[in-house]
Design a protein. Sequence first.
Length: 354
Amino acid sequence: MDAAAEQIAEKIIQSAERGRPLRIRGGGTKDFYGQQLHGELLDARLLAGVVSHEPSELVVTVRGGTRLRDLEALLAESNQCLPFEPPRFGVAGTVGGMVAAGLSGPARASAGALRDYVLGVQILNGRGELLTFGGQVMKNVAGYDASRLMAGSLGTLGVIVEVSLKVLPVPPAEATLLFELSETSARQQLNRWAGQPLPLNASCWADGQLAVRLRGARAAVASACQSMGGQRLDDERAERQWQALRDQALPFFRLAPGEALWRASVPDTATPLNLGPTLVEWHGAQRWLRLPPAWAPRVREAAARAGGHATLFRGGDGSVPVFTPLHEPLARIHQRLKAEFDPAGIFGQGRMGF
């Protein structure tokens, strides 16, 4: 354990002995996400730096406090990327925060989620112990895959010291096509395209317009453009639009007073929720809604009826649960895992609602 990790471990041990809550934080770009922030700040940015990058093996290992933008710049030098396009929400975001938030961007439906690319982690648990899970290769595991368990844990299980990630080459060709369609027609068309050998990578529907991004071999993208039709968007403008979607910088995400941003995760075949202003991603599986927090029962009922669930992603006032309450068996599993990793209960108290 190096000096930075030892310093953090000592603070964890002291806090556990005194029963003093800690709030693990990297760049703070996702402080808005979760039920509440509570506890003394534990700055994880001390744990920064690239441990190794093997371009030929498509693996990178970095410290948790490394800035995400620095990692992406490093990968770009080898024409590689993080295919799941993690939201950044600013320049200060860290790799540890990226994993802890567990969020994926526009390409998630085609490229997979963040957790699918986590190969291994080192963490400091609630006892100040340095634990290693996984490694630098994909392999079958029995029981819990604890490295991927860190994805979406929001700093409630431990401090991410180091993480190994699978990366991929940047696709050689890309194109964005626009179509004027209703929400229902857009969903039906995306489902039809999904059954064809097309290089679909991302989609976004809002205000009667569907944008579809194609990525892959040049011949495949060119052929898809001819067969799908639509209007091709200028490449530079398309890049700006997809990056704005990734970081929620599009006009749709500007909340009016009293509004909150809801994220509904539903099957991509689900019919429209018909609750208000909507932006649809992930070929229909992720739907963003702008509605007041008090609409929680209606939003969650509609999402459940469609076979999914809803999260109060941004703009809550603390009175409404951010996450859909877990059923009792699953809640018990969460509580037992929390007790195993953090027996004193000092990490992220209340961040996930328990």
